[in-house]
Ligand binder design. Structure first.
Ligand SMILES: Nc1ncnc2c1ncn2[C@@H]1O[C@H](COP(=O)(O)OP(=O)(O)OP(=O)(O)O)[C@@H](O)[C@H]1O
Length: 322
């Protein structure tokens, strides 16, 4: 019997501390992350700015050297087998790294030639990919005169020229308008349907929810949780979260809500109240009424249905957009 295929990505206690530079102290950007991504999976690294996502993807794509732990991609070690890994992966970085001296098609063909395709095969593959990505009419366009969404699609095509085993995308839809973002989602879903393993980083909750089979939530260089979106919701935050900000300390009666069936937790911090509820009913209305009765006004209120956002809240005690 043949051995089971190596996972696409596997890390154990992976760490990166950037050294101190001048007055800046060292930065422990990634503090021991374990990941396991099987082949064919669409995996998301989700976290706010500065969480350590780009550093992690940098280590997996051999651009950043780890300072601790191990990382394997397609069964190869990111430090010892860096050259071979580069042949087997495709990388789409945050910024436009296309060559402005070349047309979109030439950018692709050049990459194909670099990876050993004949001129004819490189042209054929570039044409196929550009057609698949709806770029045919832009094949002669300058990549820096295109829209952000078009340029990103060219970058994805370029990363696919040599048929990589794993495609890494760092914040692929950052800065794109919502329509362009959802178009790109369709493209990525199509790729996965064709068997492509994809690992992306994102700080958009809805992006991770919309695309990923599994998600790892990272914050301050640590893994907070990993699993399917449903698993994460069930483990950490299947509740609706109702938040109210009063213009004075919250009325005392609010603490009593915690005893009610269907309410899992009540947090009170001065004038800010957060209720985690399985059955939200009209708790929001009640919180406003309790404030009115105590002569306290409401300055802000929100109700979040169970989502990765509520998971993040439950895991960190902080709102995701903090
Ligand atoms: N080359 C570097 N030298 C020193 N510190 C760095 C370097 N690159 C990143 N950092 C720091 O490491 C931490 C993690 O950064 P990283 O870019 O990995 O996070 P991120 O989750 O990808 O955030 P973003 O979404 O903003 O890219 C941050 O504090 C950042 O300032």
């Amino acid at each position: 019997m043949s051995a089971p295929p190596e996972p696409a990505v596997q890390t154990v206690e992976l760490k990166k501390t950037y050294p101190a530079a001048g007055p800046r102290p060292e930065v422990p950007a990634v503090r021991g992350i374990d990941l396991d991504v099987p082949r064919g999976e669409f995996f998301g690294l989700l976290g706010p700015n500065g969480a350590g996502k780009s550093t992690t993807i940098g280590m997996l794509t051999t651009l950043v050297v780890p300072t601790g732990g191990t990382a394997r991609v397609s069964g190869l070690d990111v430090v010892k087998d860096a050259v071979e890994i580069k042949r087997r992966i495709g990388v789409v970085s945050q910024n436009n790294t296309l060559d402005s001296d070349l047309t979109a098609a030439e950018n692709l063909e050049f990459r194909g030639r670099f990876f050993g395709l004949s001129a004819r095969d490189a042209r054929r593959r570039a044409d196929e990919l550009m057609e698949l990505f709806g770029l045919t009419e832009h094949r002669k366009g300058n990549p820096f005169e295109m829209s952000g969404g078009q340029a990103k699609r060219v970058m994805i095509c370029r990363a696919l020229m040599h048929g990589p085993e794993v495609l890494f995308l760092d914040e692929p839809t950052a800065g794109l308008d919502p329509q362009t973002r959802t178009n790109l989602w369709e493209v990525l879903r199509g790729l996965q349907a064709g068997g492509q393993t994809i690992l992306l980083t994102t700080h958009y909750m809805e992006e991770a929810e919309a695309l990923c089979d599994r998600v790892a939530v990272v914050d301050h260089g640590r893994l907070l949780a990993a699993g399917t979106v449903d698993e994460l919701k069930n483990a950490a935050g299947a509740d609706t979260v109702i938040t109210v900000a009063y213009d004075a300390p919250a009325p005392d009666q609010i603490h009593k809500l915690a005893d009610r069936a269907g309410i899992s937790k009540v947090e009170v911090n001065e004038g800010r109240v957060r209720v985690f509820a399985i059955e939200p009913g009209d708790i929001l209305g009640e919180l406003v009424a309790l404030g009115n009765a105590a002569g306290v006004g409401v300055t802000d209120a929100s109700q979040l249905r169970p989502s990765l956002e509520t998971v993040f809240l439950a895991l960190t005690g902080r709102e995701y957009r903090d």
